[in-house]
Design a protein around this ligand. Sequence first.
Ligand code: ATP
Ligand code: MG
Length: 239
Amino acid sequence: MVYQVKNLTKKFGENLVLDHINLEVKENEKIVIIGPSGGGKSTFLRCLNLLEKPTSGKVIYHNQELNEKTYKTIQGKIGMVFQNFQLFNNMTVIENITLAPILNKIMSKKEAYQKARTYLKQIHLEEKERTYPSDLSGGQRQRVAIIRTLMMEPEVILFDEPTSALDPEMIGEVLSLIMEVGKQNITMIVVTHELSFAYDFATRVLFMDQGKIVEDGDKEEIFKHPKTERLKQFLNNTK
Ligand SMILES: Nc1ncnc2c1ncn2[C@@H]1O[C@H](COP(=O)(O)OP(=O)(O)OP(=O)(O)O)[C@@H](O)[C@H]1O
Ligand SMILES: [Mg+2]
């Protein structure tokens, strides 16, 4: 089991953002999380990566509870891709991609550069290695951010709305890279509003609303046979 989430609750002040969430995630699952704005999707992802600390409950990763003490053990194993890329603007593309593996002494500089170039070739950006992020399109930036995550050979990648900051014509190139990454044996959890991508990609879909996982099923169950009024309404509103 990759994750066991037990009674996870998160409050910001009096605001109950995650409400006793229980979930198990198995190796190699491709999970998509959908749901209305403010429902707790980002906060939930952030709890899976220790970017937020639960108010109560536990996140167990490979039989180990995530907390300050076990932080080191997940370093590099859980990657995250953000809506706004989070690249370092004062570093070139290749410096961005190789920073973490070099700093964490996972690879020598030479190895890291070689591996980075292989990835850049795969996404047809080999000409851009000395370019700064500000001179790339949004779609290019996000693809660089994704391969930066892959450099660490993570077991899990969490994506928080990876295409929602992009111009429409760039969404496709990022989604196809995510599909491609999905062919590998990596557990992936993707928060997205791109429902047709969700349908093609997901082995499992979670519908989150008001801090709860309201529905959890395969794509046929979620998109074709929603059980709750809330999910039916959500799907109708996003058509
Ligand atoms: N750092 C924070 N401090 C205080 N409140 C927060 C913080 N982060 C999130 N919240 C609140 O938690 C609730 C859930 O937010 P969250 O960002 O997890 O929702 P979401 O489902 O990701 O929404 P969206 O689809 O808009 O990204 C919201 O009410 C939000 O205002
Ligand atoms: Mg969010």
